[in-house]
Design a protein around this ligand. Structure first.
Ligand SMILES: *Cc1c(COP(=O)(O)O)cnc(C)c1O
Ligand code: SF4
Length: 353
C-alpha cells in the first residue's frame, strides 16, 4: 500500500477505506483486506493530520498512526480487548474509579481521529457506547456522592468532541461539588483539529476549579503552526498544558525524535507528563517496543535534555492495577544502607544512606 503520489487534499475528515482509496491515500488493491480491519476498528483522519504528513506511506510517522494496516488483523500474545482493566473499575456507565482520589469520566466514545494503536480501540467510534443525558447525570451523581474524589479526568473518546453547551453543563455540575478541586481533560483534539480551540471553548473551560489539559502527541511533525497557535491560546488563557506520548515503533522510538518532540513541547509551554509503554490492545503488535528499548531511550534523554523536557515512562499494568513508572532504574541496593547509583552517562557511584 505504499503510494507516494500527492493526495487530493481532503476538505473534511476521511472515515472509511473507500474514502481513503478515493483520495489516493491507499492503493485500490489494498482496499479489500483493509475492509476487514474496518469491520473491527473505526477509521477517521482529519484534514489537519494530512497537513502533518510529509509522504503518504508507512514510513511517515503521522500516516502510520491513522491509516489502517492489515497488521491489525494479527492478534498477538496477551493482547486484550480491555488491556488496562477499565471494565473492572467501571462503577457505573462512563465512570472508571480505580484510584481513590480521582476518576475517569467518559461521556463520549467518539474521537476526531482513530489512532491505530488506541488502548480503547474496540470501544471508540461505537455510537452505543456514548452516554445519554440520564447516564451523564447518573455519572455526575456518583461523583457528587463520593467525597474522596478530588480530581475528575474527562477522557473518552475525546471530551472536546462534546459541544460547548454539553461541556458547560458537565463543568457547571462539577463546579457545584466542593470536593472536586481539579478537572483534567485528556484530549487529542488540539493536535488533530486545532480549529476547535475557539474563544467560546476557552470561555467554557475557565472555571473556579483548576482546569488542566493533557494533550496526546507522538511526533514533532504534529506540532504545526496551527497546532502551536491553539496551544498558545490555551496557555495564554491560564490553562496549564501537559502532554502524553505513546512509545511507538516506527513513529518515535528514536532518541533524536523524542528529544525534539519534548523540547518543541516545552518551547510551546507544554510540560511533558507521561511516555506510555504501549498497552496490549488487539492488533497493535506492529507498534510495540520492548521495555528495555524504552528504558534506553529514557536514559538517553536524561542529562541530555533539560529536566523540564523529561516525561515519566509508565506502564499501565494489565488487569487494572494502575500506572507505574518503569525506569530506567538508577539506584540498586548494595549491602546495608548502601546503594550503587548510576549517572546519566552510565558511570557507577556508591551512595551511603
Ligand atoms: C490513567 C488513569 C488515571 C490518571 O492517572 P494519573 O497517574 O493521575 O495521570 C486515573 N484513573 C484511571 C482509571 C486511569 O486509567
Ligand atoms: S484520540 Fe485517544 S481515545 Fe481516540 S483513538 Fe486516539 S488514542 Fe484512542
Amino acid at each position: 500500500m505504499t503510494q507516494k503520489k500527492p493526495v487530493k487534499f481532503p476538505a473534511k475528515a476521511l472515515t472509511s477505506v473507500d474514502a481513503l482509496v478515493a483520495h489516493g491515500v491507499v492503493a485500490p488493491d489494498a482496499g479489500a483486506s483493509l475492509r476487514q480491519v474496518e469491520e473491527n476498528f473505526s477509521i477517521r483522519l482529519t484534514p489537519e493530520t494530512f497537513r502533518q504528513m510529509r509522504s503518504l506511506d508507512v514510513h511517515d510517522p503521522v500516516f502510520v498512526q491513522y491509516v489502517p494496516s492489515t497488521d491489525e488483523l494479527h492478534v498477538g500474545d496477551g493482547e486484550l480487548t480491555d488491556p488496562i482493566g477499565d471494565e473492572a473499575f467501571q462503577k457505573i456507565k462512563g465512570i472508571t474509579h480505580r484510584y481513590p482520589d480521582r476518576v475517569l469520566l467518559k461521556p463520549t466514545h467518539t474521537c476526531q481521529v482513530y489512532c491505530r494503536f488506541c488502548f480503547r480501540r474496540e470501544k471508540v467510534g461505537q455510537a452505543d457506547e456514548a452516554l445519554n443525558q440520564d447516564e451523564v447525570t447518573a455519572a455526575l451523581d456518583y461523583i457528587a456522592q463520593t467525597p474522596a474524589i478530588w480530581e475528575v479526568i474527562l477522557s473518552g473518546g475525546d471530551p472536546f468532541i462534546l459541544s460547548d453547551r454539553r461541556l458547560a453543563m458537565i463543568l457547571d455540575r462539577l463546579g457545584q461539588m466542593e470536593h472536586v478541586e481539579v478537572i483534567r481533560f485528556h484530549t487529542r483534539i488540539p493536535v488533530v483539529d486545532p480549529g476547535r480551540i475557539t474563544d467560546d471553548l476557552i470561555a467554557t473551560l475557565k472555571r473556579k476549579a483548576a482546569v488542566y489539559i493533557v494533550i496526546h502527541i507522538n511526533h514533532p511533525n504534529e506540532l504545526t503552526d496551527a497546532v502551536k497557535t491553539g496551544l498558545a491560546r490555551l496557555v495564554d488563557a491560564g490553562i496549564p498544558l501537559l502532554s502524553q506520548t505513546v512509545l511507538l515503533k516506527g513513529v518515535n522510538n528514536d532518541v533524536e525524535i523524542l528529544a525534539k518532540l519534548m523540547r518543541d513541547l516545552v518551547r510551546a509551554r507544554v510540560k511533558p507528563y507521561y511516555l506510555h509503554h504501549l498497552d496490549k490492545a488487539k492488533g497493535t503488535g506492529h507498534f510495540r517496543c520492548s521495555v528495555e528499548e524504552g528504558q534506553k531511550l529514557m536514559q538517553a534523554l536524561r542529562g541530555r535534555l533539560s529536566g523540564l523536557c523529561q516525561p515519566t515512562y509508565v506502564l499501565d499494568i494489565p488487569g487494572g492495577h494502575g500506572k507505574v513508572p518503569i525506569g530506567p532504574v538508577y539506584l540498586t541496593p548494595d549491602g546495608e544502607e548502601s546503594y550503587i547509583v548510576r549517572d546519566y552517562l552510565g558511570g557507577s557511584h556508591t551512595y551511603r544512606d
